[in-house]
Design a binder for this molecule. Structure first.
Ligand SMILES: *Cc1c(COP(=O)(O)O)cnc(C)c1O
Length: 286
């Protein structure tokens, strides 16, 4: 669970949540919302939504799912089980501009509530903008219903993508991305000097490149300190050469590692091979 937010309330705190929030509980606070993540940004990890939803329904907590990255897996019959239980969420955030490649930016906030909650929260009924005494049905005016006011109709971009590719086309995009990630994982396992951080759940392939000079070294603090410098140095070389752009980061005590996320339908297995060849070429003298 990525985060829970608290407000002051006398309700007893659910046992399951006490460990996560002891300080706030002792101050008399109680949780009202749980934010689960479907597809974390770095590792592509998925929270167990059904189990979290059980706790939320038992204690009357709002369940929000941050599916910004992983939500697109729902388009795939093969991979949608990653989000099993998402139908129980009260709200979901999802970015079609990520895996489905709708023109950036295109973000959706989906809410289960059908009592005009967003309108009740955000509508300002500004009479200088949203006149009610028009000659047509003003329920078609969307301005006052949106969270933002003067912004682009971003949903249109996703609608166009969906129309152009069809549901099957979008499903294929997701399946292809995950199949390519799988291919890359198997290649990394085969190659000397490459090491996976962990078996990926999704399209995020996280790995280290260990240059020859470090391969015989014992994996103590000195090894990790040296390895930490490798990804940034290789990235500098790839950028100056102009051959690739590949992100890296440290994460939860793990030193800098590369993160390859494949989403483009134009990327092929040959590109995955090139990626690994190129990293080896750029880093083998380090
Ligand atoms: C990308 C991402 C976000 C941020 O989404 P924006 O639309 O850029 O604000 C939030 N959460 C996760 C897990 C993401 O991957």
């Amino acid at each position: 669970m990525q985060a829970s937010f608290f407000l002051s309330a006398p309700n007893p705190l659910p046992m399951e949540l006490q460990n996560h929030s002891q300080m706030t509980y002792q101050q008399g606070a109680a949780p009202f919302l749980v934010c689960a993540t479907s597809g974390t940004t770095v590792l592509g990890a998925f929270d167990p939504l059904d189990e979290i939803a059980d706790i939320c329904s038992r204690y009357g907590l709002w369940l929000h799912v941050d599916a910004s990255w992983g939500g697109s897996a729902l388009m795939s019959r093969k991979h949608r089980k990653l989000l099993h239980g998402i139908h129980r969420a009260d709200s979901v955030a999802w970015n079609p501009h990520k895996m489905l490649m709708a023109g950036i930016q295109c973000c959706a906030l989906l809410v289960k509530d059908n009592t005009d909650l967003l309108k009740r929260c955000y509508s300002a009924k500004a009479s200088y903008l949203f006149q009610q005494d028009k000659f047509y049905d003003v329920s078609y005016d969307t301005g006052d219903k949106s969270i933002q006011c003067s912004r682009r109709p971003d949903a249109f971009k996703f609608w166009m993508t969906w129309k152009a590719l069809g549901t099957l086309g979008l499903e294929e995009r997701v399946n292809r991305a995950l199949a390519l990630a799988r291919y890359l994982v198997e290649e990394i396992k085969k190659r000397e000097g490459f090491r996976l951080l962990l078996e990926p759940e999704f399209a995020n392939v996280c790995f280290w490149y260990i240059p020859p000079s470090l391969r015989t070294m014992q994996e103590g603090p000195e090894f990790w300190a040296k390895l930490n410098l490798i990804a940034p140095a290789i990235k500098e070389r790839m950028m100056k050469k102009g051959s690739m752009m590949l992100g890296y980061q440290p994460h939860q005590g793990k030193v800098n590692f590369f993160r390859q996320v494949v989403i483009s339908p134009q990327v092929s297995r040959e590109d995955m091979d090139f990626l690994l060849d190129e990293i080896d070429l750029l880093g083998r003298d380090m």
